[in-house]
Design a protein around this ligand. Structure first.
Ligand SMILES: [Zn+2]
Length: 255
């Protein structure tokens, strides 16, 4: 479902997002009646507000480099910005990628500056009750730090994986760099999923998802590389043919 546009970028939500919103609202209602329902919903929406700001960090940096960003899609597991093309230039990819977690750390820093220092321990103790506005801001600060750090996990398609790829691409070919960044991510995902299975099955599912998307991204990069090689070969053949054909000027007749 399309919501609104920011600088030409369409913000859209997947229908499963509403399912999450409903389950979360019901949880709040079961815990604390109507106030619980409203607070739970407000918390979730502000959390996803930070997700949107994270994505906008990527998008605005990409737009600075002339990349078109048609859409940001919100899913229950987070946000996804759709770019018309990811630059093959490592420096640009690095900056576009860092901008997302960078927004989270800036938000956390700003909240840290404005919040009173004694707030942090109180956030833990009053979790059962409906939180106050200040406590909500404290939670948002913690979430932004967690979101920034989790996204820096070096596993493609997470931001950390793309940063690793961009760094490797300064030394290796783009495809090799993608291969090693994806492989690193897969190893982390297998280890993470194995550990998370005992504590947090949802997290294990997320690691599995990252593993699969990482593999898809590597395959897409390999396919593009093959297409590019084919295109270059065709161009080379055409060039060779054009060199071999005689010029179109009429031959000079000497007689
Ligand atoms: Zn990101």
């Amino acid at each position: 479902m399309n919501l609104f546009r920011v600088r030409g970028i369409q913000l859209a939500v997947h229908f499963s997002f509403f399912l999450l919103l409903a389950v979360n609202a019901f949880d709040g209602w079961a815990d604390g009646g109507w106030p619980g329902l409203w607070w739970n919903s407000a918390l979730l929406l502000s959390f996803f507000g930070c997700v949107v700001l994270h994505e906008l960090g990527h998008c605005f940096t990409a737009m600075h480099y002339g990349i078109t960003v048609p859409r940001i899609l919100l899913l229950p597991i987070g946000g996804m910005a759709e770019f018309d093309g990811i630059p093959r230039e490592p420096r640009r990819e690095l900056l576009i990628t860092i901008a997302g977690p960078g927004v989270n750390f800036v938000l956390a820093g700003l909240l840290w500056l404005v919040l009173p220092a004694e707030l942090s321990p109180a956030v833990e103790t009053s979790a059962a009750d409906v939180p106050t506005l200040l406590e909500t801001a404290g939670l948002l600060m913690q979430w932004n730090v967690a979101m920034g750090l989790f996204n820096l996990l070096p596993a493609v398609p997470m931001d950390g994986g793309r940063i690793l790829r961009a760094l490797l691409a300064t030394r290796l070919s783009y495809l090799r760099a993608t291969f090693w960044a994806v492989t690193t991510g897969k190893i982390l995902c297998v280890a993470g999923a194995a550990i998370a299975l005992f504590y947090q099955p949802l997290l294990a599912a997320l690691f599995t998802f990252i593993f699969v998307v990482g593999e898809m991204e590597y395959r897409a990069a390999r396919r593009r590389e093959l297409e590019d090689a084919h295109f270059r070969a065709v161009l080379a053949r055409l060039h060779a043919a054009s060199v071999a054909t005689p010029t179109e000027e009429p031959p000079l007749l000497v007689g």
